[in-house]
Design a binder for this molecule. Structure first.
Ligand code: AHR
Length: 342
């Protein structure tokens, strides 16, 4: 909380909203945002600059929506939203603009883990707390960020490996040579590093599991399809595909069908995915995917709770994991899909 002034203005907030004086800014023009940041402050909103990764996947769109909802004018926020289009240089620029605009908080979902020290030092020097969400940043000084909220990507990868272990064992295939390919996410992102390393940890325990190749599809459907086509052209004995997000899975399923092959519980190839979005669970129901390891995109409310605590001068947990589960073809998917929020 930056003073009594905002508290007084907050009391006037409902009246301002009724007057139609909303200060929520979603455009990417800096001058417009500067005006909005200034007017948001005058109205007593908490101004938050959010640098989002991009709009590369269904998961990402649900994530963005959850922040726009949680950081609405109705909730007392002026959100300055920047889509980095999967480019770190855009995120660095956005953060520097947020600093210039003297926002109250910066929320950063770092595309990759490295390269943040200098810009976060600038935010710290300007006295702006930085909250990391979803992906992590490998920062030398932990004082450069207030806290991080997100998924345990390593555990997701490990769980996927354990699931495959049980699946093969149940079918008496635990001694057979198993050929695996991996569609990786954006290289250097926490989601890619965690899932790859978590799965690899289980892979190392099985001499008969052979990783044929790992390649990045950047979490994008079209690239997932392209790489899967290459895998199918290169290897004629793929047993398992580990796809590090649902959109790459959709691309891979298309490539497999186009090659005249099948995947899913009644097909030729075991398909394992991450995210567990609505569309992917439907694809599982259609018999195309074996198992999907959830990555919860609804982090907006958690980030807002952090800011509300900081506003009251309360301390916050430095590392906050969200609860996650997994789904497979043996479950009652119709009911799960009905209740799925994203
Ligand atoms: O960082 C989370 C990952 O990024 C999600 O798994 C993926 O779908 C998104 O693009």
């Amino acid at each position: 909380m930056r003073g009594l002034g905002r508290m007084i203005s907050l009391l006037l907030l409902p009246a301002l909203i009724l007057c139609g004086c909303s200060g929520t800014g979603n455009n990417s023009k800096q001058s417009g945002q500067e005006e909005e940041a200034a007017s948001g402050k005058e109205k007593g909103y908490i101004t938050v600059g959010f640098s989002e990764v991009g709009s590369e996947s269904d998961w990402r769109r649900a994530h963005t929506k959850s922040f726009k909802e949680a950081f609405s004018a109705e909730n007392g926020y002026d959100l300055l939203f920047e889509d980095a289009q999967q480019k770190q240089e855009n995120q660095l620029k956005a953060i520097r603009n947020f600093i210039l605009q003297e926002v109250d908080y910066i929320i950063l979902d770092p595309i990759v883990e490295t390269g943040w020290d200098a810009v976060l030092q600038e935010a710290k020097d300007a006295g702006i707390p930085v909250i990391l969400v979803d992906r992590f940043a490998d920062i030398s000084d932990p004082e450069l960020y207030t806290c991080w909220v997100g998924s345990d990507f390593y555990k997701e990868g490990q769980r996927a490996g354990e699931w495959l272990e049980n699946y093969l064992e149940d079918r008496g295939l635990d001694e057979k040579e198993i050929h695996i390919v991996t569609l990786q996410g954006t290289l250097g992102s926490t989601a890619q590093i965690g899932r790859t390393e978590g799965f690899d940890q289980i892979l190392q325990q099985h001499e008969n599991w052979v990783m044929l190749e790992q390649q990045s599809g950047d979490f994008v459907q079209a690239k997932g399809e392209e790489i899967m086509e290459y895998f199918l052209d290169t290897y004629d004995d793929i047993d398992v595909v580990i796809s590090e997000n649902d959109n790459m899975t959709f691309g891979a399923v298309d490539a497999i069908h186009a090659a005249g092959q099948t995947c899913g519980p009644n097909g030729d190839i075991v398909m394992i995915s991450f995210d567990a979005t609505h569309a992917a669970l439907e694809s599982m129901l259609n018999g195309e995917v074996h198992a999907d390891f959830e990555c919860n995109p609804l982090l907006g409310v958690m980030a807002s709770e952090v800011i509300q605590k900081l506003e009251k001068g309360e301390s916050v947990e430095k590392i906050q994991y969200v609860e996650e589960q997994y789904f497979d073809f043996s479950m009652d998917l119709r009911k799960i899909i009905e209740e799925r929020g994203y």
